[in-house]
Design a protein around this ligand. Structure first.
Ligand code: MN
Length: 204
């Protein structure tokens, strides 16, 4: 099968000014699309042609770095679009109580995400994840992903690559992280991932 760029679940100006429509048009329309196109080209006619994106990532990890990078980046971006929204709000119910248990408060979680994201060296991703009934912040480098990690359920992710913020915040990654984490995280998506209890699947 061929994968497609997942449609943005909101208008392209819904995240402004944290993330402008111009950034989204490049990031979604060019960067994500390039990862998808390269994944599709690599799997066409191969043993991977009928696999899910998660199965391709797991199969390519450690054996085909080129395919792994493109497949994992395809997945991470699909997950990232859903991790954001322009509706504001805050965590509730089970998610809220697990955040309080792990971090003390939602504000402390947000502070931790900002610090870990700002401190991450070079390109990568910062995640909120659930492991064994406990929430934690995880980091992956470059195109690496939590999509195929056993026992880890990713709840939210923030893209730390410069292409995610350079047009809006230039080199100020902390300003991007502050703008995204203070009002643009999709807590409903995090709660869905938590209650499902298994990792989100890329549409196929
Ligand atoms: Mn990106």
């Amino acid at each position: 099968m061929a994968f497609e760029v997942t449609p943005l679940p909101y208008a392209d100006d819904a995240l402004a000014p944290a993330i402008s429509a111009e950034t989204l048009s490049y990031h979604h329309g060019k960067h994500h699309k390039a990862y998808i196109d390269k994944t599709n080209a690599a799997i066409k006619g191969s043993d991977h042609a009928d696999k899910s994106l998660e199965e391709i990532i797991a199969a390519a990890r450690g054996s085909d770095q080129g395919l792994f990078n493109n497949a994992a980046q395809s997945w991470n971006h699909g997950f990232y679009w859903h991790s954001l929204n322009g509706e504001g709000g805050s965590p509730t119910d089970e998610l809220k109580s697990m955040i309080d248990d792990a971090f003390g408060s939602t504000d402390e979680l947000i502070k931790n995400l900002q610090e870990r994201g700002a401190g991450h060296f070079a390109s990568g991703w910062v995640w909120l994840a659930e492991k064994g009934g406990k929430l934690s912040i995880e980091e992956t480098h470059d195109g690496d992903t939590l999509a195929d990690k056993d026992g880890v359920n990713p709840l939210l992710v923030i893209d730390l690559w410069e292409h995610a913020y350079y047009l809006d915040h230039q080199n100020a990654r902390p300003a991007y992280l502050k703008a995204v984490t203070e009002g643009k995280l999709n807590w409903g998506f995090a709660a869905e991932n938590l209650s499902r209890g298994s990792t989100w699947s890329y549409p196929s």
